[in-house]
Write a protein that binds this ligand. Structure first.
Ligand SMILES: CCCCCCCCCCCCCCCCCC(=O)SCCNC(=O)CCNC(=O)[C@H](O)C(C)(C)COP(=O)(O)OP(=O)(O)OC[C@H]1O[C@@H](n2cnc3c(N)ncnc32)[C@H](O)[C@@H]1OP(=O)(O)O
Ligand SMILES: Cc1cc2nc3c(=O)[nH]c(=O)nc-3n(C[C@H](O)[C@H](O)[C@H](O)COP(=O)(O)OP(=O)(O)OC[C@H]3O[C@@H](n4cnc5c(N)ncnc54)[C@H](O)[C@@H]3O)c2cc1C
Length: 670
């Protein structure tokens, strides 16, 4: 942890109050002291290079300048990553650390034009290419001899992948595919890095061979000349324009006018087109969607990083900021002493721990299922798809809500770009849409839950096994409620099961009244998304509890106490948020709810002294936080003034517009 010269005295006192060893918790979060050391070493190395230092704050740059700076930074960062790869043979973890929410965004600011190359282009080559294709393309891609992206979404279709219009038609006479965009809506639209950065890309297109369409398949297409970077003939490529956030990512559009590529440029690990045009089917058409699943899994972890950052900024600032009066004749309190402020912030801290453990669980499941897929075993693919969809949706929407709550918790100063909360929000809220729009993701999970509901108990996969018990309606209200975490987890499973049961009944009723299944599904879809969210919340609660119970066996007594308090806080917070559902589906009573509320308020009191220690343990250095409000030393006011002085408007006492417009206007001469 950095050791600044002078720390704000309020913040210093907070640190003295902390009841557990902050470094111990940092080690737990990193996965052990050695991992902490490795992370710090990596950070030292990155920051020593000074890539993060901007001559002019990037907020004051033009759109074009922002892109150019983003390219420069990405090249320097990935050059370092390449060096790491060579020197230490560092694997996936380094990529994740360098591209993920904390270290990556500290350097790359508002997104990077090379992210898609690493996050989707290379993983698609790995997941969809044959061994020969991997041997040819991956080393070129790893070395950045070529830069790629993943072009799936079109102007007309993002969600409905089967509706994409770009065609890849096999010409048996030349053994080539013809890539074509038949309409304006067939133009690829959104891919990161596509506009002016990538010279290759994976294009998802409708495959036609022997006069038949076989659906969406991946193709590698060269977009630009490797020397001049000029777009190749038949390729129309450019940038889609300014966005709410992620303005460094160089999102682009792309149209094809009968562009020819060799047959070997179709990625053929799963499906194939033989030389004579014969189509060979994959074991499952859904394997084509593998890269999306990979990124959804990664996003859950990534969201923890953003939440940790936001809650660190807002908590430290809340310790430094004094406002209003709590008790007469006493000085203005730290705003962290307001219970409403604790309510806004501590749930953010608890959420980081909850999602971190779920993300790690999901990552393990992803790796196991992927290994099974390699052997042709597809059994657990639907369960993984269902879980990754709902966790992607809930992690991104909770993270966006958390960052926004943290921004609001910082009052006016949270609205300043210098707080780094607006930019963080822009990055996080994008994730609610990309990689599967959240409502659509929840409906994918709902589809799986409805099917699971109809299955017999014995056959239910682990993450939906609770349905078997809860399906027995006689049990629904029979258990007396207890104000314990176990009971809350059970309550959430009952909510999920109850909501799924109602959806199934509604769909059946609507079908009986003459609706098609599809219309009945659509009419019930608001309830279906709610059932899906409840299932996801039950999963998060139950794995947070189980994984923490395992974890606390290995830590000191003071830390154990705090970690268990965080689990309780998380569970009670969500119980109170969903109190109506608990009343409807569990045996909770009005009196129990009063008990829950008291329990919650007690927890806020217990956790209050550790609020700063808990965010310190995320160990996010100042260069990464990049926030005038959240720095380790708590010099929020001084930093706000320092940042204000960087505004180009402050470079001169009188702006030229005064002489040009204001003065003539004021004198009635304009
Ligand atoms: C290398 C280091 C990395 C470091 C990482 C650092 C951290 C990360 C940083 C991230 C930065 C990211 C930058 C931005 C990236 C954005 C990229 C994009 O958006 S790209 C664009 C992203 N675009 C999107 O995400 C588009 C969203 N849309 C879709 O994914 C799909 O079209 C759909 C799922 C909505 C429907 O598909 P459709 O074909 O109409 O399907 P039906 O509904 O008819 O269901 C049919 C059956 O298929 C099943 N099934 C479906 N999917 C899967 C699956 N994946 N699997 C298995 N199964 C699946 C389904 O359950 C059903 O089963 P059953 O019931 O019949 O048994
Ligand atoms: C910052 C950013 C980066 C991106 N990067 C890439 C990239 O690198 N590569 C790439 O290929 N794509 C990329 N995308 C595109 C992204 O994947 C899509 O925007 C996303 O999948 C949503 O699709 P859509 O835009 O078509 O939304 P739509 O599907 O048009 O969604 C609009 C509304 O319709 C609703 N809706 C749609 N279908 C259904 C349904 N079946 N049931 C109920 N409601 C429905 C949605 O819930 C939503 O409310 C990016 C997007 C963003 C914002």
């Amino acid at each position: 942890m950095s050791n600044p010269v002078k720390v704000n005295p309020d913040l210093q006192k907070e640190r003295e109050k902390c009841t557990f060893n902050v470094i111990e918790l940092t080690n737990v979060i990193d996965g052990g002291p050695q991992k902490t050391e490795e992370r710090k070493k990596r950070e030292d190395m990155v920051f020593k290079e000074g890539i993060h230092i901007d001559e002019v704050p990037s907020d004051y740059l033009s759109h074009k300048e922002k892109y150019e700076l983003a390219v420069k930074k990405a090249c320097l960062l990935f050059k370092m990553m390449r060096r790491l790869q060579e020197e230490e043979n560092a694997g996936m973890e380094n990529y994740m650390a360098l591209l993920g929410g904390t270290l990556g965004t500290a350097i790359l600011g508002d997104g990077s034009p090379l992210t898609l190359h690493y996050v989707m282009f290379i993983p698609t080559l790995m997941g969809q290419g044959t061994v020969e294709q991997q041997a040819y393309w991956i080393s070129r891609a790893f070395n950045l001899n070529i830069i790629g992206t993943y072009a799936q979404t079109e102007l007309g279709h993002g969600t409905f992948v089967r509706g994409l219009e770009t065609t890849a038609t096999y010409d048996v006479s030349t053994k080539e595919f013809l890539l074509h965009s038949p309409t304006l809506t067939a133009y690829k639209w959104w891919p990161g890095g596509l506009a002016h950065t990538a010279n290759y890309c994976v294009v998802m297109a409708q495959l036609y061979t022997q006069g038949e369409c076989h659906g969406i398949h991946p193709f590698i297409v060269q977009l630009r000349d490797e020397e001049t970077h000029m777009p190749l003939p038949g390729i129309k490529v450019g940038e889609i324009g300014a966005k709410l956030g992620m303005n460094g990512t160089n999102n682009g559009f792309l149209g094809f006018d009968h562009v020819r590529i060799p047959r070997e440029h179709m990625l053929m690990k799963n499906s194939k087109v033989l030389e004579d045009g014969t189509y060979v089917k994959a074991t499952s058409s859904k394997l084509t969607y593998g890269t999306m699943m990979f990124v959804r899994v990664m996003l859950v972890q990534d969201m923890c990083n953003y939440m940790a950052k936001a809650v660190t900024i807002a908590t430290r600032y809340s310790a430094v900021r004094r406002q209003s009066q709590l008790r007469p004749d006493e000085p203005e309190p730290q705003i962290l002493d307001y219970v409403t402020q604790q309510h806004k912030l501590l749930i953010g801290t608890a959420s980081v721990h909850a999602f971190r453990l779920c993300a790690s669980w999901l990552w393990d499941m992803y790796n196991n299922v992927t290994a099974e897929l390699e052997t042709g075993d597809l059994e657990r693919l639907p369960e993984l798809h269902a879980l990754s969809c709902c966790l992607k949706a809930i992690a991104t929407s909770d993270a966006a809500a958390c960052v926004e709550r943290c921004r609001l918790a910082c009052g006016g100063h949270g609205y300043m770009l210098a707080s780094n909360l607006p930019l963080t929000y822009g990055l996080v809220t994008a994730a609610c849409t990309y990689e599967g729009e959240n409502t659509v993701m929840l409906l994918q999970t709902a589809r799986y839950l409805v099917k699971a509901w109809h299955q017999s108990g014995a056959a239910l996969p682990p993450t939906v096994a609770y349905l078997a018990l809860a399906r027995d309606t006689r049990l629904t209200h029979s258990q007396p409620w207890r104000n314990e975490v176990d009971a809350i987890v059970d309550g959430f499973q009952r909510i999920a099961a109850g909501k799924i049961a109602l959806c199934v009944a509604q769909i059946e009723k609507r079908e009986k009244s003459g609706m098609t299944y599809e219309d009945a599904w659509n009419m019930t879809s608001v309830q279906l998304t709610a059932a899906s969210e409840a299932h996801c919340r039950a999963f998060i609660l139950s794995s947070f509890q189980k994984e923490t119970e395992k974890l606390v066996k290995t830590v000191s007594a003071p830390l154990r106490l705090v970690l268990l308090q965080l689990v309780e806080l998380y569970a009670v917070y969500w119980a109170l948020e969903c109190v109506g559902d608990l009343l409807r589906f569990s045996s909770i009573s009005e009196r129990d709810i009063e008990g829950l509320q008291n329990w919650y308020e007690d927890l806020l009191v217990k956790l209050r002294p550790n609020a700063v220690g808990l965010v310190d343990s995320f160990d996010i250095r100042d260069e990464i936080l990049h926030s005038a409000l959240g720095a380790y030393d708590g010099r929020a006011y001084e930093r706000l003034m320092e940042e204000a002085m960087k505004s180009p408007l402050n470079a001169e006492p009188v702006n030229q517009s005064f002489h040009k417009y204001l003065k003539p206007f004021m004198q009635g001469k304009l």
